[in-house]
Design a protein around this ligand. Sequence first.
Ligand code: GLN
Length: 193
Amino acid sequence: MQVGVLALQGGFAEHIRLLQQLGVQTRLVRLPSDLDHLSGLIIPGGESTVMGKLALASGLMEPLRVFAHQHAVWGSCAGAIFMARNVDHAQPVLGLMDIAVERNAFGRQAASFQQALDISRLAPRVDTTLAFPGIFIRAPKIQPLAQSVKVLAELPDGSVVAVRQGKWLATAFHPELTDDARWHDYFLADCRN
Ligand code: GLN
């Protein structure tokens, strides 16, 4: 099994590091042909407006949509915005998931925060005894727009910060900036199926 990480900009190296730690073969995705024979794709955090422009310029928009309709795809932060159907800002997005996102909903870079997240909804795929250290950097708020979107994690105030829809996963925070591989582990189960 080989898992790709979209490497146009942003935190792709951190996702690669965690995947390799889990013994998974990885590939940087910069061109449509880089998607060939992958079992899944991670879209990293970064700046979703820039990511969208670069994806357009690289001819990746349609190939990414085609790939996503057959495979597991996970977007973290900017990646989640890039996967959303509704964004509160005009910018190129894949428009895959039935979610609305409000960009920078928790404030600017200086308002970044860490929050222990209850991830018990990831059981039994991963050990959920301990909370997950959620790192939020100019994170979006996520609003599900369809019944098929399942909420996986929320902040104590009820803000939705992780969802899945079929084999698509979106997290407003950055598991790749921790040494805790449970979200990666969870996603890999969808890549294998
Ligand atoms: N606010 C950024 C955006 O809109 C995302 C920030 C991040 O990925 N950490 O793309």
